[in-house]
Design a protein. Structure first.
Length: 102
């Protein structure tokens, strides 16, 4: 069990690092949302991994399902905002949106 735990935890850490990189290094809003999706998937996998390691798999599954539902709502709202920004400014580049006022 310990070898499986470490392999899965390394995978979760790599997924989390990829999500952080995607959010911080990209300047398009869609890539930032994809990075946010990667971050939430890493947290979901971490919750399931910790629940498996501590023997509280039922609680971990309930938390993971709740996290997935919240994640879907946040991503849907964020994509709606991106679509409105694109409709108004005809760009999704975050560098060009810094000068927008009002």
């Amino acid at each position: 069990m310990s070898q499986l735990f470490w392999v899965c935890s390394i995978g979760v850490v790599l997924l989390f690092i990829a999500g952080i990189y995607c959010v911080l290094a990209s300047f398009t809003l869609v890539r930032a949302i994809i990075g946010l999706e990667l971050l939430t998937k890493a947290v979901t996998l971490l919750v399931i991994l910790v629940g498996y390691a501590t023997g509280r798999a039922g609680l971990a599954q309930a938390l993971a399902i709740t996290l997935i539902v919240i994640e879907v709502v946040v991503i849907a709202v964020a994509m709606g905002v991106v679509l409105c920004v694109f409709g108004h400014n005809k760009t999704i580049d975050a560098k060009l949106l810094r000068n927008v006022k009002g």
